[in-house]
Write a protein that binds this ligand. Structure first.
Ligand SMILES: [Zn+2]
Ligand SMILES: [Zn+2]
Ligand SMILES: [Zn+2]
Length: 352
């Protein structure tokens, strides 16, 4: 199914709307032949050890807080030693002339080690071990979201030195706090408006369009679909959507958790194979708040925001026009999906 008019825009500057955020992105496909004279970053060394005595996430090692990690053999979750949020404290509100506004905010920050192996990534982990990571995300959402004051649970992974990740050991984070953070709050408002206006779910309807069109799909299975969204901002941005309308991670059944683990492995393997490098990204799940309300508008999904543009060392920066005016990209979402779709699902480091 071709979207009427889209072919006319394939080589011309145009704008695309992100209906989840109500934001537009400028797309400039006529520039994809432009020579690159920007920064070339050092390629990270690829001689990783399975255990690093100096790593604060490896089993049995000492952390800066003085706590020692157990000799874990699956996932390992602990309260962040330097948390951005604290669970206790008085409720304080500042409001001066409607201009100086501040509120106290409570929360809990946890670290989730995905594997005892220092040298693996999601792409290289065994499927059964990746399933344990999915179970840990479900369990953390349930545990933290079940606390009376916690309104939202954000599960995320920040991977690669290029993204500012301080440690290559495979791990992610879970932050739970009182209020709904800005990004999911905007997506919630958009999903709610759509449901009220049309009586259906924004992302169910969007997924149906993408499955019919096909040209932005990357890979899929019985329960999940990975695609480059029509409104992608980062060059190889992707979204992972559940086929079933379900609001959050704890709503996933056993077969769905297996399918999610499998799809994440396949997508991240494609990412690593794209530039034959351990592909950096920020990824995270967006799900319904845990504020006790009913949230029929929410459709569980994950976003992958990778910075690499055309090689293991050339990244995209969101600066200049993008910081001051509008996000912009050259490669179209269709071109990016086409590149990712054409890649092998055998990891390049496995000798395949
Ligand atoms: Zn480690
Ligand atoms: Zn839905
Ligand atoms: Zn989202």
């Amino acid at each position: 199914m071709d979207v009427p008019g889209l072919a006319d825009l394939a080589r011309r500057p145009h704008r695309r709307c992100n209906p989840l955020k109500g934001e537009w992105i400028l797309v400039s496909p006529q520039r994809t032949a432009r020579p690159w004279q920007g920064q070339v970053e050092d390629r990270p060394p690829d001689d990783r050890l399975s255990y690093d005595p100096g790593c604060y996430l490896c089993p049995g090692n000492l952390r800066a807080s003085g706590a020692r990690n157990p000799h874990y053999d699956g996932t390992f979750v602990y309260d962040n030693d330097f948390p951005a949020l604290l669970p206790e404290g008085p409720s304080v509100a500042v409001e001066e002339a409607g201009l100086l506004l501040a509120r106290s905010e409570r929360g809990i920050c946890r670290v989730v080690c995905f594997s005892p192996r220092h040298d693996l990534t999601l792409a290289e982990m065994a499927l059964a071990d990746l399933r344990r990571v999915v179970d840990a995300w479900v369990e953390q959402t349930r545990d933290l979201g079940g606390r009376p004051y916690v309104g939202y649970v954000q599960v995320f992974e920040n991977r690669g030195a290029m993204m500012g990740a301080s440690n290559p050991h495979p791990h992610g984070q879970v932050w739970a706090n009182e209020t709904i953070p800005e990004e999911p709050a905007r997506e919630q408002a958009a999903q709610r408006r759509y449901l009220e206006a049309r009586g259906s779910c924004l992302l169910c309807d969007y997924l149906a369009l993408e499955l019919a069109a096909g040209d932005r799909l990357v890979c899929e299975n019985e329960h999940f679909v990975a695609l480059v969204p029509f409104w992608a901002t980062w060059p190889f941005e992707a979204m992972v959507l559940s086929r079933r309308h379900t609001p959050s991670l704890p709503g996933l059944g056993g077969a769905e958790r297996d399918a999610l683990a499998s799809l994440l492995k396949r997508l991240t393997t494609r990412y690593d194979n794209l530039f034959r490098t351990s592909f950096p990204y920020t990824m995270g799940f967006h799900q319904a708040p845990t504020d006790g309300g009913s949230h029929p508008e929410w459709h569980l999904h994950a976003h992958f925001y990778p910075p690499l543009l055309r090689s293991a060392t050339v990244r995209k920066f969101m600066v200049g026009y993008e910081m001051l005016a509008n996000a912009q990209r050259d490669l179209t979402a269709e071109q990016a999906a086409d590149r990712l779709r054409g890649l092998s699902e055998v990891h390049y480091r496995s000798g395949g």
